[in-house]
Design a protein around this ligand. Structure first.
Ligand code: SF4
Length: 355
């Protein structure tokens, strides 16, 4: 049996920009329960070195929902899905700008416009560009990310010219496992769109989805693939097994496994924005706060076709961790801080020290 690596030494190497080895990556995913907190503490140093105590909030808008011809097994909007979801074409500009206003109200730094489908038509790109211009005019400090599927021709350049900052297109899993979750397009197709977006000057956002039945080697392979692609941000999704989708019955990974995956992705991609995305509530569960010691970003509000944790719970989680919301550092807390005092029989604080 090989000796377990020192988590602190792995963190030092990540801070120096060196990749950990595949054996070390396996050791991270195999960390025993009693090693979980030391692992998180070590990896947390990498997070704080690059992002301090800030948590970046992102807000999702499903600008076009359902009716997709693709067969991604995890997706409630696919051709295979019988899930009971809303189906609508691209939303009008006024609705998009109203949603951007909601993102700002929720302290989001990034507004992610996501459309269902294999890829946009040129007409849809025109419509998105109009909406982006309106959002940028109303909220110039809000980063806009588009996620419209596979791009072709000059679509990426047109989005960039309209003011889109980032383009999201997830690889989701390893090249080996990809055919198990989708037959209508390939892993390579997805890599090409990420590269096309980068070449157009868009910030590449490319992430993962775990809990679909992949093996640990697939998790590791994807971590290295994203490192090789040098993506700026990595949304890490955990499967929400939506009724009506082919993966509806899949059992959760378990929160400790989900947390170890986040640790691995931080070690392999130390300077990337690591965003805990869909499924954190059902897979990380009560370990969500520990996730933020490793990741530096979450979505606030709802996901594409499922609801997220209420925003006040996210704000409380961030505050209780002693972290701050990016762009709102030093803002007055939402509630007065509570000093520890005596707890009465009814569970109420009856006296504060020094009060
Ligand atoms: S291409 Fe996008 S919208 Fe269509 S099934 Fe796949 S993930 Fe869902």
């Amino acid at each position: 049996m090989t000796e377990r690596p020192s988590w602190g030494a792995l963190a030092e190497r990540a801070l120096a920009g060196e990749a950990i080895t595949p054996d070390e990556a396996r050791a991270v995913l195999a960390a025993p329960d009693e090693e979980l907190l030391p692992l998180v503490a070590a990896v947390g140093r990498v997070r704080r070195a690059h992002f301090g105590t800030a948590v970046k909030l992102n807000f999702l808008l499903n600008v076009k929902s359902g009716l997709c011809p693709e067969d991604c097994h995890y997706c409630s909007q696919s051709s295979l899905s019988t899930a009971d979801i809303a189906r609508y074409p691209l939303r009008p500009v006024g609705e998009v700008t109203a949603a951007a206003g909601r993102a700002v109200d929720l302290k989001a730094a990034r507004f992610c416009m996501v459309a269902s489908g294999r890829g946009p038509t040129d007409r849809e790109v025109d419509q998105v560009c109009q909406a982006v211009a309106a959002v940028r005019a109303a909220h110039p400090r809000l980063e806009v990310c588009a996620c419209l599927g596979l791009l072709k021709g000059d679509q990426a350049e047109r989005l960039r010219a309209a003011g889109v900052f980032a383009y999201n297109h997830n690889l989701n899993t390893s090249e080996r496992f990809y055919p198990e979750i989708c037959a209508t397009h390939t892993y390579r197709d997805r890599v090409e769109t990420v590269e096309r977006a980068r070449a157009a000057g868009l910030s590449p956002c490319c992430g993962a989805l775990f809990g679909m039945g992949e093996e640990l080697e697939d998790v590791i392979a994807l971590g290295y693939a994203l490192r090789a692609l040098r993506v700026d941000s990595i949304p890490v999704n955990f499967l929400i097994p939506i009724p009506g989708t082919p993966l509806a019955g899949r059992a959760p990974l378990g929160p400790r496994t989900a947390l170890k995956i986040l640790c691995l992705f931080r070690l392999l991609n130390p300077a990337a924005e690591l965003r805990i995305a869909g499924g954190r509530e059902v897979q990380l569960r009560w370990l969500q706060p520990l996730g933020l010691e490793v990741a530096n970003s979450i979505f606030v509000g709802d996901y594409l076709t499922t609801t997220g944790q209420p925003p006040p719970a996210d704000f409380a989680m961030i505050r209780d961790l002693g972290l701050s919301i990016l762009g709102h550092e030093g803002a007055a807390p939402d509630e007065a801080p509570t000093a520890w005092g005596e707890i009465g029989d009814a569970g109420r604080l009856t006296r504060r020290p020094n009060a």
